[in-house]
Design a protein around this ligand. Structure first.
Ligand code: F6P
Length: 324
């Protein structure tokens, strides 16, 4: 299919590296002779016709910035078939004959909906959660992980001074990937993830044993989607402080993990995936997600991406237990 005008939007939670992906989509699209259009505020912009032409210079100087210059928003109207049809009508009215959607699970459910209406669309795998089928790693994961590891390194120092234990809660929605990798890279004593069941008393026993063995601190990384969150665990440990023999503090990293300048890894991944998206459109591939599998830029049908859950590698969980 020959394209004349192609749109690009970012949707869902922002991820460091999204701007590098926008830049790559725009510049590789222009290189193919297409006019490029930015859609403001995700799917909301399709509904409200919030379109802006993007030239080569409009995406200059954004590579190092976190967030997304196009904005992101949640859009209830787009979750309905009427909303999706309206979006396609608006795209057609503005002569936009293809779309690149940069985002995670929810966002790619949106692109899948557009593809089912026969609108040409390609997704780019971008979420700090790394829970998207069709890509070994997604845009933003590396930066978010580095932020978590830096926080753990800092907390370890103050924890050691006071012989304290710290619960460090990291994002990831219902996926434990970020927590697990942060625990390994940060040398944490324990990691708690949604994929593995646990009880607070068992965690407390392990931490007490670690102190008995001579540890000066204990760092417990908790995924936000774990069976008990950091606040619940803190309350349990505090209520049993005398019996357990250690004092606990919590640090919830939250959205700090989504801000900040993307790492070189995220910038290059985003540049490659953005280029992969315009290449896929040019080949006539639509209804697919562009991701990276075994270091190759590949496409996966959105129907597969949206109907499958990405498994976590439990061998890494075992590794963390051995290394703690
Ligand atoms: O999906 C990315 C993510 O940061 C999750 O890790 C987190 O659970 C969620 O978004 C937070 O969403 P919001 O920015 O709407 O609070």
């Amino acid at each position: 299919m020959q394209f004349k005008k192609v749109g690009v939007l970012t949707s869902g939670g922002d991820a460091p590296g999204m701007n590098a992906a926008i830049r790559s989509v725009v510049r590789t699209g222009i290189h193919k002779g297409w006019q490029m259009v930015g859609v403001r505020n995700g799917y909301q912009g399709l509904i409200s016709e919030n379109f802006q032409p993007l030239g080569v210079r409009d995406v200059g100087g954004i590579m190092h910035q976190g967030g997304t210059i196009l904005g992101s928003a949640r859009c209830l109207e787009f979750t309905t078939l009427d909303g999706q049809r309206k979006a396609v009508r608006n795209l057609n009215r503005h002569g936009i004959d293809g779309l690149v959607v940069i985002g995670g699970n929810g966002s790619q459910t949106g692109s899948y909906a557009l593809s089912k209406l026969d609108y040409p669309v390609v997704g780019v795998a971008s979420t700090i959660d790394n829970d998207l089928c069709g890509s070994d790693i997604t845009i933003g994961v590396d930066t978010a992980l580095n932020i978590a590891v830096e926080a753990i390194d800092r907390l370890k120092i103050t924890a050691s001074s006071h012989q304290r234990a710290f619960l460090v809660e990291v994002m990831g929605r219902d996926c434990g990937y970020l927590a697990l990798m942060a625990a390994i890279a940060g040398g944490a004593e324990k990691v708690l993830i949604p994929e593995v069941d646990f009880e607070p008393e068992d965690v407390a026993r392990e931490i007490s044993e670690a102190y008995d063995k001579g540890k000066a601190h204990a760092i417990i990384v908790v995924a936000e989607g774990a069976k008990y969150n950091a606040e619940q665990l803190r309350d349990y440990f505090t209520a049993n402080k005398e019996r357990l023999g250690f004092s606990i503090r919590i640090s919830i990293l939250g959205h700090t993990q989504r801000g900040g300048s993307p790492t070189a890894y995220d910038r290059t991944l985003a540049s490659r995936l953005g280029a992969g998206a315009t290449a896929a459109l040019e080949r006539g591939e639509t209804g697919v997600l562009v991701g990276m599998i075994k270091s190759e830029i590949v496409t996966t049908p959105l129907v597969e991406v949206c109907n499958n859950k990405k498994p976590i590698d439990l061998a890494l969980f075992e590794l963390q237990r051995i290394l703690d």
